[in-house]
Design a protein. Structure first.
Length: 116
């Protein structure tokens, strides 16, 4: 949510999440505090209601999570992760086209690097 909004108070985050997750305010506050301690978000304490802003980009966070998931749940195999993801849900024609483009790009990059 902070990636989309740029910055938000705990109350704003809670209001947006409460219908989706049935999460209490204190739970959201605690998670925001933990993320602050881990350096994932920063807290502006200059106002009465503290404002939080993401310090780590969405792309960097996704990369870290995927790396961790591949290592821990798929024995380091990206192929197993992708195969499981594709078999777990229906994939649209647009998504399949995007995957084909990505594979073509990756193959070209690999071939340009002298492998193959």
């Amino acid at each position: 949510m902070l990636w989309a909004r740029g910055a938000a108070t705990v109350r704003e985050v809670h209001e947006e999440l409460k219908d989706q997750r049935k999460t209490g305010y204190t739970t959201v506050l605690k998670l925001m505090q933990i993320m602050t301690e881990k350096g994932l978000v920063e807290r502006d304490v200059s106002r009465r209601s503290h404002v939080y802003r993401a310090l780590v980009s969405e792309a960097e966070t996704q990369t870290r999570l995927v790396d961790d998931l591949v290592s821990k749940a798929f024995g380091g195999s990206t192929t197993r992760l992708v195969m499981r993801a594709l078999s777990a849900r229906a994939t649209s024609a647009d998504e399949l086209s995007e995957l084909r483009r990505l594979l073509t790009t990756l193959e070209r990059e690999r071939d340009a690097g002298g492998e193959g």
